[in-house]
Design a protein around this ligand. Sequence first.
Ligand SMILES: Nc1ncnc2c1ncn2[C@@H]1O[C@H](COP(=O)(O)OP(=O)(O)O)[C@@H](O)[C@H]1O
Ligand SMILES: O=C(CO)[C@@H](O)[C@H](O)COP(=O)(O)O
Length: 480
Amino acid sequence: MSSADGPLVVGVDSSTQSTKVLVVDAATGAVMASGHAPHTVSAGPGRESDPEQWWTALCEALRQCGDAARRASAVSVGGQQHGLVTLDAHGRPVRPALLWNDVRSAPQARRLVDELGGPKVWAERVGSVPGASFTVAKWAWLTEHEPDAARATAAVRLPHDYLTQRLTGDGTTDRGDVSGTGWWASATESYDADILARVGLDPALLPRVVRPGEVAGTVHGSGAELPFSKGTLVAAGTGDNAAAALGLGLRPGTPVLSLGTSGTVYTVSRRRPADPTGTVAGFADARGDWLPLACTLNCTQAVDRLAALLGLDREAVEPGGGITLLPYLDGERTPDLPHASGLLHGLRHDTTGGQLLQAAYDGAVHALLGALDLVLDTDADLSVPLLLIGGGARGGAWQRTVRRLSGRAVQVPEARELVALGAAAQAAGLLTGEDPAAVARRWGTARGPVLEPVERDAATLARISGVLSDAAPLLDRGPR
Ligand SMILES: Nc1ncnc2c1ncn2[C@@H]1O[C@H](COP(=O)(O)OP(=O)(O)O)[C@@H](O)[C@H]1O
Ligand SMILES: O=C(CO)[C@@H](O)[C@H](O)COP(=O)(O)O
């Protein structure tokens, strides 16, 4: 390991499939060490993970960073959004966390939307119309299906809150991640007492919302588990998408398309979003701005699953065939079809496996690009390249599909772990007093090749939209 110019900071990405840790030189952004450890997610009708496993994975990933992590002056955690973590009076999980992609809470979400006065009321007050992913719907599901677990709950946390609390001993969250709960009103930037009362959640169970730039706490214990010394600064942390926005040093109007377990499209905006259609979630960012975002449940894993079923490498796509494949293997959030399953149209004798696989990529990207038009302000500059990030951004087939269906220039940052880098920039900001996005720009994290625009394949987009609308009743009710 070469020597660092400045103090070292640690950035954590605790996402759906794994924990990734970077130790970064706060002066230059150079990555001095990294670690990675996988998580398990339950299969079947729900999606759950044990929060204790996230902690074990974090400790393991930190261990892989060796001496560099021991020298860190500050740490910050970015985490998968929305997950419901329920803790008992001793701070131990009452049950596994209900994750963002668990659609069992769809009926509760629909009921809550109606009870408060409909989508427009939610959009204006909370900034988002909650779907199954939102924590408020998950809590409502828990109180209905597992009332004993709800009664045993002494604290409610998001995934990044849980890990931050394990570091500091204090219950804290931040405006970015709390804006995805459904019980934080973006209009007033505070917990919404009326919504909490409707779902029977005592506000005393919720964490303190740390302000941007404020310290969440310090590492409260060290020992065998953690490399940090007691007193290491802990930043507020945030949700993974808000962390990636920090990690890119994102400026208002620049669009991001992230290809991970979830697919997301978002930008930073100075205007508080309020989309009554529910497609765009009106999240706050981790600074003082907003993060209009749309999210799909089926992205890299759905396409990889199709490739595995076909016995193909994920790059073995072939053009043509007129096939439409809606890859909604987990139900879908964008479009709002929580009970949907995958749907194939246009199969012929001469259809090849490679064409089916390409159709899966097309179906996944179609959903994201349709939402991107709604995410961007009317004054967004369409000539700015689309920033392509997440694990899928490394894939040639993903890159070509996004270019063909968007018709836009696409920039692929060389930096791989933008969520962890954003968390690291937040930690560095605590030490230097800088805006974390400015830290990331100073580090040059968004640098990477720009792939020139190609002609937009409007015919394929129109074909997919047509199948989607014709199959709407089938997709809405799900398989029988
Ligand atoms: N070289 C690659 N080409 C295409 N897809 C890739 C490549 N490397 C990783 N992936 C995909 O990236 C996904 C993981 O992305 P990541 O952003 O790390 O997910 P998450 O943060 O949601 O856990 C995997 O599901 C895999 O399909
Ligand atoms: O639910 C959302 C955004 O609203 C997801 O983007 C989650 O935050 C999970 O992220 P990944 O694990 O796919 O990065």
